[in-house]
Design a protein around this ligand. Structure first.
Ligand SMILES: NC(=O)c1ccc[n+]([C@@H]2O[C@H](COP(=O)([O-])OP(=O)(O)OC[C@H]3O[C@@H](n4cnc5c(N)ncnc54)[C@H](OP(=O)(O)O)[C@@H]3O)[C@@H](O)[C@H]2O)c1
Length: 276
């Protein structure tokens, strides 16, 4: 029986057990994926206990993603670049390796949801410079997007992200976000605006090319006000649920030995957990 889980505080809301549980059953793998509620001051001990408790690894969620960097034995290139760990893999020698699969998840979801989109089609406008933005930016840089326009309410946060990641990032003021859409082939919202309980994103889309793709990484609700407005004017839209589903694939593969697929059945199962 292979064991894995998700470590967070709180962890009750996590959809990861439903996600990995679906795949374990679907692929007929003898495994178990559990919630691991761990407060911040218990993180070191909980991580160090993974090998002796027979865990192949775990996911990390709030507030542990950055703190784990100082505890684990190996940090792979993705986690180092993004500055956060969302996946722990217990190596054969019992040491702990940290990875980050969010950039993979973002990009695979974009490819699946907008198969006609190509990185070289034009600029990308990215709204937000929080934790999730780092993975989005890393993926877009690696894909070869020719210009990334980065806009965040607090400009300094966007500037430090641009400095840390390199690439073709142009930081612009939040106030010019509507003009920044002109000529963009892709718009990505990485702010929490539009999420259930948060105000909607205040953004008129008039300047956006109707052929541009709009991706909101917020997935509660599944169709955010931004996606609804983009759909009404004929843009291709990509919702955020797929990013959550795809980021889990490499972790499942590392622990359970099979690269799982994101299928309509899986989407329906996880969508059902998003209802209020
Ligand atoms: N689909 C997925 O798999 C996935 C993965 C990760 C996150 N997410 C979603 O992405 C969203 C952001 O997550 P995060 O971890 O990056 O959060 P975060 O680190 O707290 O960043 C929040 C971002 O939202 C901006 N923001 C918040 N309130 C704002 C306002 N009133 N006006 C303008 N900007 C505002 C912040 O701007 P300032 O810097 O100026 O405060 C910052 O850029 C959340 O809704 C989360 O659920 C989805």
């Amino acid at each position: 029986m292979i064991r894995a889980g998700v470590m967070g505080w709180p962890v009750e809301h996590s959809r990861s057990p439903a996600l990995h549980g679906f795949w374990l059953k679907h692929y007929g793998i003898a495994g178990d994926y559990v919630k691991l509620p761990v407060p911040p001051d218990g993180l070191r001990a909980a991580l160090r206990a993974l090998p002796e408790k027979g865990f192949a690894g775990c996911n990390l969620t709030l507030p542990h993603k950055e703190a784990a960097l100082a505890i684990i034995d190996h940090i792979d290139a993705s986690a180092r670049r993004i500055g956060a760990v969302n996946t722990i893999v217990v190596r054969a020698d019992q040491s702990l390796e940290g990875r980050n699969t969010d950039a993979f998840g973002f990009f695979e979801n974009l490819r699946a949801g907008a198969p006609g989109w190509r990185a070289d089609r034009g600029a990308a406008a990215v709204l937000g410079a929080g934790g999730a933005a780092r993975a989005v930016l890393a993926a877009l840089i690696d894909a070869g997007v020719p210009e990334i326009r980065l806009l965040n309410r607090h400009r300094a946060r966007a500037e430090s992200l641009a400095a840390a990641l390199g690439g073709n990032i142009r930081v612009l003021d939040w106030e010019v976000r509507e003009r920044a859409l002109a000529g963009a082939a892709l718009l990505v919202n990485t702010t929490s605006l539009g999420m259930r309980g948060a105000p909607p994103l205040d953004l008129a889309l008039d300047a956006l090319d109707p052929a541009a793709v709009v991706n909101d990484i917020v997935y509660v609700p599944l169709e955010t006000p931004l996606l609804a407005a983009a759909r009404r004017r004929g843009n291709s839209i990509v919702d955020g649920l797929g990013m959550l589903l795809h980021q889990a694939r490499p972790a499942f593969a590392a622990w359970f030995g099979a690269m799982p697929e994101v299928t309509p059945d899986l989407r329906r199962t996880i969508e059902a957990t998003l209802q209020p």
